[in-house]
Design a protein around this ligand. Structure first.
Ligand code: ADP
Ligand code: MG
Length: 210
């Protein structure tokens, strides 16, 4: 699933990431913990192929594919098909309604659009009937759930979530974490959540400390 060996990343002189070796198997659920500034977001961005490590890693593989060998459109397609990304903010396109935000995923991946499946996934995140809503009409928790629906839409084998509970109250946090866990289990995907939120830490057995 994810295989890393000798991954180092610097910003200037400052070493941000120093990972000797790390492996995430299919279906495993991990949290990445560490104080603010410890490199959690940087590592997620490297894994998503959004950031190239400053030193070439010995191994940096996702689903047996070295992501260091990919670039441009090939990398974008690989990401769209294999990785579901959830950022701290939902980052929905404000001029598109909920269902259009989901349909965009197919377009970016170069896959035929499947509206029926979008509706099914929206129902799974408890948003049936919200298809025509625009992002500004959603609560923070609802927007987060759309972002989760978007991330799992193409059944990615890896889901990366960066501080998914930031700005959420306790009830919404519990709901989002349960949803992330159940959705990833359903697709037998691996889940990686970067967080410094103590409310989340108990919910996971596997932990990488940065
Ligand atoms: P975390 O997500 O754990 O809070 P980050 O990965 O965002 O940590 O950042 C790790 C460190 O790298 C921080 O000290 C941050 O200031 C620094 N950093 C992040 N992005 C950049 C950048 N583009 N240029 C220089 N330094 C950066
Ligand atoms: Mg961060």
């Amino acid at each position: 699933m994810i295989k890393i060996s000798h991954l180092n990343h610097f910003y200037g002189e400052k070493k941000i990431i120093a990972l000797e070796s790390w492996e995430v198997k299919q279906g495993e659920q991990w949290i990445l913990v560490g104080n603010s500034g410890s490199g959690k977001t940087t590592l997620l961005h490297i894994l998503a192929g959004l950031l190239v490590p400053s030193q070439k890693a010995s191994i940096l593989e996702i689903n047996q594919q070295s992501i260091q060998m990919l670039s441009g459109a090939k990398l974008d397609k690989f990401r769209a098909k294999n990785i579901g990304l959830i950022f701290q903010k939902a980052h929905l396109i404000p001029t598109l309604n909920v269902i259009q935000n989901l349909l965009l995923v197919y377009f970016l991946a170069g896959i035929k659009q499947d509206k029926k499946h979008c509706k099914e996934v929206l129902a799974q995140v408890n948003l049936q009937g919200f298809e025509q809503y625009y992002p500004e009409q959603l609560s923070v928790g609802q927007a987060h759930r759309v972002a989760i629906a978007r991330a799992v839409l193409l059944s990615p084998s890896i889901i990366l979530a960066d501080e998914p509970s930031a700005g959420l109250d306790d009830d919404n946090t519990t709901q989002i974490i349960q949803l992330l866990k159940s959705q990833t289990q359903q697709y037998n995907a691996s889940l990686l959540i970067a967080t410094h939120d103590n409310r989340i830490k108990q919910a996971f057995e596997k932990k990488l400390c940065l």
